[in-house]
Design a protein around this ligand. Structure first.
Ligand code: ZN
Length: 149
């Protein structure tokens, strides 16, 4: 097993067991639900937007380890960012897991999120990894639901 996939497994397991920002946010001014029928992952993203800034973001729901770990890390990555920065992260993450962005060769803002690059080898898992990102983006746009179908 390569070093990266070992790290990947450890991080996924850790975030699955102890998801960060995993709570219903009463004061949220944006909220969107995401559903991935392929796997059964279901989650709700809560956001507290203040002007142009994601002041707070949280999630709750149920799903496989990849969807939960990805949501957990997405909230950490997006918290405190501007709307434009959150959009850039969405695009980079999406392009990375679909194989359009080579995170080694192209400058990007993904940081720890690059551990999800291995997902592109498993097309059925790409939707698990991107569900929280699509849902976060829907919430930013004021949409209330998104399905990866
Ligand atoms: Zn899944």
């Amino acid at each position: 097993m390569s070093e990266l996939s070992e790290l990947y497994q450890q991080v996924i397991l850790d975030h699955n067991k102890k998801p960060r920002n995993f709570r219903v946010m009463e004061e949220a001014n944006r909220r969107a639900e995401g559903y991935n029928p392929l796997c059964g992952d279901q989650l709700t993203i809560y956001m507290d937007l203040e002007g142009d800034v994601v002041k707070d973001v949280s999630f709750e729901g149920s799903g496989c380890a990849i969807s939960k770990a990805s949501a957990s890390m997405m909230t950490q990555a997006v918290k405190g960012k501007s709307l434009a920065e959150a959009e850039t992260l969405f695009e980079e993450f999406h392009r990375m897991v679909t194989g359009e962005l080579d995170e080694e060769a192209e400058p990007n803002h993904l940081g720890h999120l690059t551990i999800f690059s291995g997902v592109r080898e498993f097309p059925a898992r790409v939707k698990c990894a991107t569900l929280s990102w699509h849902t976060m983006r829907a919430a930013l746009k004021g949409e209330e639901a998104v399905s990866t179908e």
